[in-house]
Every structure is written in C-alpha cells, then in structure tokens.
Design a protein around this ligand. Structure first.
Ligand code: HEC
Ligand code: HEC
Ligand code: HEC
Ligand code: HEC
Ligand code: HEC
Ligand code: HEC
Ligand code: HEC
Ligand code: HEC
Ligand code: HEC
Ligand code: HEC
Length: 481
C-alpha cells in the first residue's frame, strides 16, 4: 500500500496538548531546584551539627588568627539587628591596640584597616588609604598641627625628614671628630690603627669592644645592659630581644678608654675613674694619701715633681738650655699639704685638659669642682618614624651616612635624605621588586608605649570552636581605642 502523506495526517501526529505533559528535562530541573537547596540546607545543618562554621566564611582567615577560624563568634558578635558584626570590643578582648594620637578627630574601626578573610596575609600590612583618609588633609581636635598636612604616598608627596628639612643641628654635647678618628694612621694603644664604624657603633649585643679597658670601670654608673628598654622612645612593638634598631649607646668605658685614659699623676699608674668630678676628686685624694703613706720621703721632694713635664732631676730652662741646671731646694711639707697641693694640680690638668677634650666643662671657682660636665648624645633623629638598622646591613654605613668621613664637628648632621630611601622603598612594594613602600613599614599607628596587658578570657574549647559558643562579649577588659 502506498504511503499516504498529506498535511492533515501530518498535523494529526503533533500532540496539541504537549505543553500539559511534563517533559523529562523540565521535570529534572524542577526537582533539582527544590532538592539542591534542601540538600545544601541539610549539609549546612549537618556541618552546623558537627560544629564546622567555615562554610559561611567569605575567605580564609589571616595567618595570626588561623587558630580562631573555627569559632566565628570570638569576632562576630550577634547584635540587636541580627547581623553578626565585628565590633572593636571583640578585637580588644584578646589584644590591646592603643589609640594613634590624642588629637585625632575620629577613630576608624579596627576592621577598616585590618582586613580579615583576605587569605593568609599579615594583618598589620594595612593599605595606605587607612592613613591618607586623615593625612591627606590632616585635622586635629585643637585645629593646630606642626605636621605637613598633605601626605598621599611615600614616593609622591611625602615630606623630607624634619631634621634635614629644617637644616637641623646635632644637639649633642659630646665632642667627637669623625674625620680624625677615621684616619688610616690613628694613634692606637699599641701603634697605628684604622678605626671602623663598628669599633664605636653597633646594633646588636656584644661583649668585646676593641677599645675598652677591663680595669676601667665607672664607679657609680651601672654597666650597660642592652635590653629593649633602651628603645623606650620607640613606638613600635619590640619583638627581637638583643637587637637594637638604633645604636648601642656610646660609653667612655666601652669605646674610648683604651686611647683616652685619664692619667693624672706619673707617680700613680692607675688612671682616674670616668665619673662625676666629686668621685674623681675623692679617688685622686685617696690614691695620693695611700702613696704618701707608703713613700713618706716623697714630702721632701718638690711638690710638683713627677707631674707630667716635671721630674725630680735638677731643672734646666728649656728656652735657654745653655744655662746651668737649677737645683730646687726641697721644701718640707706635711703629708696632708703634699696631698692637697698635688690633688689641686692633678685636678687642674683633668678639668681643663683631659675632660675638656670630650666634654663641655663649666669650671667652678678656683679650686672648686666643675659645675657641669655634660654628654648629650642623641639617639633618635626621626622620632616620628621608626627605623631599624638591621634590615639595612646589606649596604655600607657610608651609603647612608656619606658625609661622616669628612665630618669634624659634633654639630654636623650626617643622615641620608628621603631620596635615598626612595631608591628602594617604593609603591608596589615587594611585588614590584622594591622594598615595602606603604606607610606601616616606617610608622606605627598604635602608640605601643601605652599598651596595656590583656587577660585571657576564653578557654581552649571556646577558641577552637568545639565547645559551647564563646560568651557574649561585654566591655573590653582593656582597650584604649
Ligand atoms: C579574627 C576575627 C574573625 C573571625 C574569627 C571570623 N571573622 Fe568573619 N569577619 C571578620 C571581620 C573583621 C570582617 C569584616 C568586617 C565586618 O563585617 O564587620 C568579617 C566579615 C565576614 C563576612 C562578611 C560579612 C559582611 O558584613 O561583609 C562573613 C560572611 C564572615 N566574616 C564570616 C565568618 C565566618 C563564617 C567565620 C567563622 C568560620 C568568621 N567570619 C570568622 C573577622 C572575623
Ligand atoms: C580570640 C582572640 C583574638 C581576637 C578576638 C582577635 N585577635 Fe588578633 N590576634 C590574636 C592572636 C593570638 C594573635 C597572634 C599573636 C600576637 O601577635 O599577639 C593575633 C594577632 C593580631 C595581629 C598581628 C598579626 C598580623 O598578622 O599582623 C593583628 C593586627 C590583629 N591580631 C588584629 C585583630 C583585629 C583587628 C581583631 C578584630 C577584628 C582581632 N585581632 C581579634 C588573637 C585575637
Ligand atoms: C588606621 C588604620 C588602623 C586602625 C583603625 C587600627 N589599626 Fe591596628 N595596626 C595598624 C597598623 C598600620 C599596624 C602596624 C604598625 C603598628 O604596630 O602600629 C597595626 C598593628 C596592630 C597590631 C599589632 C601587630 C603586631 O605586629 O604585633 C594589633 C594587635 C592591632 N593593630 C590591632 C588593632 C585593633 C584591635 C584595632 C581596633 C581597636 C586596630 N588595630 C585599629 C593600623 C590600624
Ligand atoms: C583618624 C585620623 C588619623 C588616621 C586614620 C591616621 N592618623 Fe596619623 N595622625 C593623626 C593626627 C590627628 C595626628 C597628630 C597631629 C599633630 O600632632 O599635630 C597624627 C600624627 C601622625 C604622625 C606624627 C606622629 C608623632 O609622633 O608626632 C605620623 C607619623 C602619623 N600620624 C602617621 C600615620 C599613619 C602611618 C597612619 C596609618 C596607619 C595614620 N597616621 C593614620 C590622625 C590620623
Ligand atoms: C671613635 C669612635 C667612632 C667611630 C670610629 C665612628 N663614630 Fe660615629 N659617632 C661617635 C660618637 C661619639 C658620636 C656622637 C657624637 C656626634 O654626634 O658626633 C657619633 C655619631 C654618629 C652619627 C650621628 C650624628 C651625626 O653626625 O649625624 C652617625 C650617623 C655616625 N656617628 C656614623 C658613623 C659612621 C658611618 C662611622 C664609620 C664610617 C662612624 N660613625 C665611626 C663615635 C664614632
Ligand atoms: C675620650 C672622651 C672622654 C673623656 C676624656 C671624658 N669623658 Fe666623660 N663621657 C664620655 C662619654 C662617651 C660619655 C657618655 C656616657 C658614658 O660614657 O657613660 C661621658 C659621660 C660623662 C658623664 C655623664 C654625663 C651626663 O650627661 O650624664 C660625666 C659626669 C663625665 N663623663 C665626666 C667626665 C669627667 C669628670 C672627665 C674627666 C676626668 C671625663 N668625663 C672625661 C667621654 C669622655
Ligand atoms: C684607637 C684610639 C682611639 C679611640 C678608641 C678613641 N680616640 Fe679619640 N683620639 C685618638 C687620637 C690619637 C686623638 C688625637 C688625634 C690628633 O690630634 O691627631 C684623638 C682625639 C680625640 C678628640 C679631639 C679631636 C680634635 O678635634 O682634635 C676627641 C674629642 C676625641 N678623641 C674623642 C673620642 C671619643 C669620645 C672616643 C670614644 C667614643 C674616642 N675619642 C675614641 C684616638 C682614639
Ligand atoms: C639605609 C640607610 C642607613 C644605613 C645603611 C645605615 N644607617 Fe645609620 N641611620 C640611618 C637613619 C635613617 C638614621 C636615623 C634614625 C632615627 O633617628 O630614627 C640613622 C642613625 C644612625 C646613628 C645615630 C643614632 C644612633 O643609632 O646612635 C648612628 C650612630 C648610625 N646611624 C650609624 C650607622 C652605622 C655605623 C652604620 C653601618 C653599620 C649605619 N648607620 C648604616 C640610616 C642608615
Ligand atoms: C620608607 C619609610 C617611610 C614610609 C614608607 C612613609 N614614611 Fe612618613 N616618614 C618617614 C620618616 C623617616 C619621617 C621623618 C620623621 C621625623 O622627622 O621625625 C617621616 C615623616 C612623616 C610624617 C611627619 C611629617 C612632618 O611634618 O615632618 C608624617 C605625618 C608621615 N611621615 C606620614 C606618612 C604616611 C601617611 C605614609 C604613607 C602614605 C608614610 N609616612 C610613609 C618614613 C616613611
Ligand atoms: C638598599 C635598599 C634600601 C635603602 C636605600 C633603604 N631601605 Fe629600608 N629596607 C630595605 C629592605 C630590603 C628592608 C626589609 C624588607 C622590607 O621590609 O621590605 C627595609 C626595611 C625598612 C624598614 C622596616 C624595618 C623594620 O622595622 O623591620 C624601615 C622602617 C626602613 N626600611 C626605612 C628606611 C629609610 C627611612 C630609608 C632611608 C633613610 C631606607 N629604609 C633606605 C631596603 C632599603
């Protein structure tokens, strides 16, 4: 039978009710749209049942807080509006974070600078925006500021460092001539020496200073114990004990003694102690008293015999050597007079020559002790920033202090300016092959000198999220922000 193919028959093959019958794909889609949320819900409930809250997070938690990653409630505090925000009080429960500056007009929240859930990053590495929101146009509570008030970035409009900008002078009063001490043939304790920077300046604890003299000890001053306390002026939190961001203080006993012994009398081998004038006087007097007791005949000699330039031989006039030597008739004095007079001579020599080599000495009345001997040596040149010599060990000292070898006066300032720092510290930081260029690298935000101790307030289970939820967060145990 031939096949009949006409339009009517063909039309009949089309199911006109097709839209009323469910299609396999559509049904699957429908089933899935119900089942998947249910499954997800069940999974979430399951995870909740086993106490895993990670599934809700918007990203991995920072490295320092990784241990808290299972217990969201230590940071996210449920509040009246049911959203679990992160209030500053939550952060302050575990660590104090002192306020930045008493004159700031607002207080940004912790989480506006320390971004969580961004991966295993360093939280303290905050973006410049956290700072420039204020420092781009600095406002203060009293409307006054001595600071440059527009700073947008280190390699853009960051000002030159104040000490250089204002042509500052070294306010130090200890005399030192770098040029003289860096000569290749400086007279050392045993022949010529070439001094190095680290013979006087070091940045880590050390015992053996090459020019210290073990027997010379300050009588009343305590030996230097290098602890972070020496960095008191530093705002940054100290982590490395033993390393010094700034130099270990210059001390006569450590760095100068071997070449500048305080010899005061050729009859006495011991030098004077390096100390306050009254202690020096007492020492000299004691030594001379002991000497005259051991050598009673000394009182029959000329009073100034044995002092530098004098001897007990008959004296010749140096200007007229052809004249016969003058024999000085010994005058007999009491031991007491001998000690008095000889002490006076030794003191004159010390105050006006030895001490004055290094100090500004304000001499008193004839025979009285100097009223003032000062040794101010500044340790901070850039108090508004943090600096650390340790990470810069790779470059020579003179790369940054290039004018030191020519510097003859204490009042010289021999520090590098901002241009030199910009050669390495620049925007883009490590990713662009530079040293870090963001503000936090060189400045503290928190004034850590004011840090208060926080007491622990959780038990291990509460922190690890395996126990009951953390207790509701109340007022911070401590916290100044
Ligand atoms: C160390 C503290 C800390 C812990 C622990 C923590 N978070 Fe957060 N979380 C934050 C901060 C800070 C923010 C951003 C500021 C905000 O939302 O108040 C944030 C934001 C969020 C956001 C985005 C919400 C929003 O408002 O934008 C989610 C979602 C989130 N966290 C989930 C979690 C979950 C889930 C956990 C536990 C697995 C968790 N977090 C643990 C500190 C924390
Ligand atoms: C349950 C306790 C706890 C809470 C809550 C907490 N932290 Fe921490 N935080 C720690 C611990 C522990 C460390 C690591 C040890 C240390 O440096 O003191 C740390 C370290 C830090 C660091 C330094 C580490 C880095 O990567 O730079 C910063 C910054 C910090 N926390 C900020 C915050 C902020 C902001 C909050 C609130 C959103 C917060 N913390 C909440 C316990 C906590
Ligand atoms: C304007 C930005 C900003 C705000 C707001 C801020 N911080 Fe910081 N925070 C920093 C910077 C920058 C550092 C690193 C420099 C320093 O130590 O001051 C830091 C360091 C820290 C550290 C120590 C890091 C370390 O190395 O030990 C902790 C802890 C910390 N902040 C917690 C907090 C807490 C808690 C709050 C809220 C009360 C807060 N911060 C608010 C910028 C900020
Ligand atoms: C809420 C506003 C505000 C924020 C945010 C802020 N500062 Fe300040 N900052 C101030 C005020 C106000 C002063 C004090 C000005 C004065 O003493 O005249 C100040 C002072 C300073 C000083 C001089 C410090 C001193 O000891 O005299 C430095 C450096 C500084 N801020 C750096 C920063 C850095 C870096 C950041 C970001 C981590 C930052 N600031 C964030 C307001 C702010
Ligand atoms: C004999 C010991 C001695 C030697 C060697 C020495 N210094 Fe000094 N330096 C001092 C003393 C003491 C001071 C403090 C007096 C002053 O401010 O000039 C000082 C101060 C400084 C200062 C801060 C004050 C200023 O002038 O800017 C710098 C920087 C410095 N020295 C760098 C160096 C460098 C770099 C070298 C090596 C090339 C060096 N010093 C070698 C003893 C020494
Ligand atoms: C070669 C250099 C040098 C000579 C010489 C010297 N001093 Fe000093 N003096 C120093 C240095 C360096 C210091 C810094 C602190 C220290 O050494 O303990 C100092 C500190 C002092 C101080 C403490 C000052 C203060 O501001 O606190 C007194 C007091 C002092 N010397 C007295 C003397 C007397 C007295 C003499 C002479 C008998 C003398 N010095 C000779 C280098 C010298
Ligand atoms: C290696 C030996 C040596 C050491 C260590 C040393 N000095 Fe000197 N110093 C000398 C010599 C030598 C002279 C005399 C140089 C000359 O006049 O030619 C001198 C001269 C001085 C002068 C006079 C400089 C001038 O302008 O003429 C002062 C001030 C001085 N020293 C201070 C110090 C201080 C402070 C220390 C310790 C921080 C110190 N010296 C450490 C060897 C030393
Ligand atoms: C990257 C540049 C740089 C290098 C390299 C460097 N300094 Fe400094 N130095 C500085 C800056 C910046 C300051 C001021 C820091 C401050 O006061 O905050 C300083 C301060 C000093 C001071 C005075 C304050 C103090 O610490 O007593 C001395 C001394 C000093 N440097 C010696 C040295 C010596 C020695 C070396 C070599 C081992 C050296 N510096 C290498 C940049 C540098
Ligand atoms: C590579 C180190 C470095 C970086 C990065 C840096 N600074 Fe500074 N900043 C300094 C030094 C050093 C000083 C000089 C401090 C002084 O004179 O006591 C200074 C001074 C300042 C001052 C005081 C200005 C004045 O009036 O003298 C402010 C405010 C300041 N910086 C803010 C910032 C801000 C905001 C950023 C980020 C945009 C930043 N700094 C980045 C090193 C740095
Ligand atoms: C030769 C390159 C170089 C120069 C020049 C240089 N720096 Fe650095 N600086 C570094 C490196 C590298 C680090 C450590 C790595 C890092 O943090 O990026 C560092 C770290 C620092 C730190 C952080 C120290 C800490 O507390 O850990 C400060 C602050 C700093 N530099 C300030 C300065 C200042 C101010 C100058 C200019 C006087 C300067 N640097 C010049 C390379 C340099």
């Amino acid at each position: 039978m031939p096949r009949i193919r006409n339009a009517k028959l063909l039309a009949k093959r089309i199911d006109l009710q097709y839209f009323t019958h469910p299609h396999g794909f559509r049904r699957a889609r429908f089933v899935l749209s119900i089942a998947l949320p249910l499954l997800a819900g069940a999974w979430l409930l399951g995870e909740r049942a086993i106490g895993n809250t990670k599934v809700y997070t918007s990203g991995p938690i920072s490295a320092a807080h990784a241990v808290l990653g299972k217990q969201c409630a230590v940071c996210h505090v449920r509040q009246a509006d049911f959203r679990a925000h992160v209030p500053d009080t939550a952060c302050l429960k575990c660590h104090d974070a002192p306020v930045h500056n008493a004159k700031q007009t607002s207080t940004p929240s912790c989480s506006s600078c320390h971004l969580e859930h961004q991966g295993q990053i360093k939280l303290a590495a905050t973006a410049n925006a956290g700072c420039t929101q204020c420092h781009n146009n600095l406002q203060t509570t009293d409307g006054k500021t001595d600071l440059i008030s527009h700073i947008g970035g280190f390699d853009r409009d960051h000002p030159q460092f104040a000490v250089l900008r204002q042509n500052g002078k070294d306010p130090g009063t200890l005399k030192l001539n770098h040029f003289v001490h860096l000569q290749p043939t400086l007279r050392g304790p045993a022949g010529a020496v070439q001094m190095q920077c680290d013979d006087c300046h070091r940045f880590a604890v050390t015992q053996n200073w090459p020019y210290s003299v073990a027997t010379v000890q300050p009588a009343t001053q305590q030996p230097v114990i290098v602890t972070p306390a020496l960095n008191q002026q530093r705002k940054r939190r100290e982590v490395e004990v033993g390393a010094n961001a700034y130099g270990i203080p210059i001390r006569y006993v450590n760095q100068c003694a071997a070449c500048h012994l305080l010899q005061f009398d050729t009859l006495i081998t011991e030098p004077a102690p390096h100390d306050k004038p009254e202690i020096v006087r007492a020492f000299i007097r004691q030594k001379l008293t002991d000497y005259v007791a051991a050598n009673p005949n000394v009182v029959t000699m000329p009073i100034d015999a044995g002092l530098p330039g004098n001897d007990i031989e008959p004296r010749r006039n140096i200007l007229r050597p052809e004249e016969p030597a003058r024999v000085i008739t010994p005058t007999r004095v009491t031991p007491q007079e001998w000690v008095d007079q000889r002490t006076a001579t030794a003191e004159r020599l010390l105050w006006s020559k030895n001490c004055r080599l290094c100090h500004a000495v304000t001499e008193g009345e004839e025979g009285a002790l100097p009223t003032k001997v000062t040794a101010i040596i500044p340790t901070r040149w850039m108090p508004r920033a943090e600096f650390d010599h340790q990470p810069h060990r790779m470059v020579t000292c003179t790369a940054c202090h290039s004018s030191i070898p020519q510097s003859r006066l204490t009042s010289d300032v021999n520090l590098a300016g901002i241009e030199l720092c910009r050669d390495c510290h620049a925007e883009g930081g490590l990713k662009a092959g530079n040293a870090e260029g963001r503000c936090f690298e060189c400045h503290s935000y928190h004034d850590w000198r004011k840090e208060k101790l926080t007491k622990g307030s959780f038990d291990v289970l509460q922190v690890r999220g395996k126990g009951p939820a953390a207790p509701p967060i109340t007022a911070p145990t401590s916290g100044t922000q």
